[in-house]
Design a protein around this ligand. Structure first.
Ligand code: NAP
Length: 292
């Protein structure tokens, strides 16, 4: 069994991005600038934005975090999005999800200029992904594809089961894995909360991507020997013995599944760091495209 080490791979990618940024600056080009909008006080969102800010510093990007109270109106957030769309110093920006319930997330996503939508959530970018056109691939599926490629995991003709059909993970993941070429060329099954007898699909899978948000959902008896396991899940489970009062648990029962797997991502240290570095790659790409 081989660990798909997202921490080590992302560190390598970050070095490459940092070298490219240094070269850009030496050529008199602009420092890529990523802006994150954070609305409200969600603990997990604050942690994610802090990780993105840290990664920006590591690769030499300019990073700005705009923090707003949970009471911010939808109209004011739309104004902020319009301002960033128009700001020529900003190469890319993200609106950290989830947003407070009174704000229509889809409306906000659709207001973002697709050329600055480094999260790849705008319908135009999602549509381009579905058509196999150049786009911003959303960070988590992008990071997973890179990790599979980094380890030379065979995907052609494999049966891949994606657990979860969210717009940000499950659906784009299924799309990418079914695209022509490497990594891709998989036969893909998507499972969700209405799927009957999920184990019957996972037991047949060569590759499983678990993106449910259901701690340790995938058990040892649900996978076949030699399967490739990608665990996207991040759930904070209360734990009095942990300093923060919680621990992070994935969607895979790692101790049961790992002995049967050929490759497996750990949680933490698997998909999470690959997601962050993929956002950095998209931001660099946005800066490069804006020069053309
Ligand atoms: P989401 O929007 O809540 O979607 C979850 C999907 O899983 C839905 O399609 C849901 O089915 C399905 N589902 C949930 N419980 C299920 C069950 N018991 N059986 C079958 N299907 C079930 O979540 P998400 O945004 O895709 O995120 C999924 C997980 O990945 C979360 O833990 C999240 O924190 C994590 N995540 C991690 C990263 C990272 O960088 N590592 C990035 C993004 C997300 P329905 O559609 O039928 O409701």
């Amino acid at each position: 069994m081989t660990i798909l080490d997202g921490k080590a791979t992302s560190a390598k990618y970050k070095q490459a991005i940092a070298a490219e940024v240094a070269e850009r600056i030496a050529q008199g080009k602009k420092q890529p600038h990523l802006v994150a909008i954070l609305v409200g006080d969600n603990g997990a969102s604050k942690t994610y934005v802090a990780s993105k800010e840290k990664a920006c510093n590591e690769v030499g990007f300019k990073s700005t975090v705009l923090r707003f109270p949970a009471e911010m109106t939808e109209a004011d957030l739309l104004k902020e999005v319009a301002r960033l769309n128009a700001d020529s110093d900003v190469d890319g920006f993200i609106v950290q999800l989830p947003l407070p319930a009174h704000i229509d997330e889809q409306k906000i996503i659709e207001a973002i200029d697709p050329s600055k939508d480094v999260d790849g959530f705008h319908p135009e970018n999602v549509g381009r992904l579905c058509l196999g056109l150049e786009t911003f691939v959303s960070a988590t599926p992008y990071g997973i594809m890179c990790l599979l490629e980094e380890y030379g995991v065979e995907t052609k003709g494999k049966h891949c089961v994606v657990l979860g059909r969210s717009n940000i993970v499950g659906r784009p993941m299924a799309n990418l894995l079914s695209q022509k070429g490497y990594p891709g060329d998989c036969t893909v099954t998507i499972c969700h909360s209405r799927t009957r007898n999920i184990a019957s699909y996972t037991k047949d899978a060569d590759i499983i991507v678990a993106a449910l948000g259901s701690p340790e959902f995938l058990k040892g008896d649900m996978v076949k020997d030699g399967a490739v396991i990608v665990d996207v899940g991040i759930t904070r489970v209360p734990d009095e013995t942990a300093a923060k009062g919680y621990r992070i648990v994935g969607d895979v029962a790692f101790d049961e599944v790992a002995p049967k797997a050929s490759y497996i991502t750990p949680v933490p240290g698997g998909v999470g760091p690959m997601t962050i570095v993929s956002l950095m790659r998209n931001t660099l790409l946005a800066a490069q495209r804006r020069e053309k």
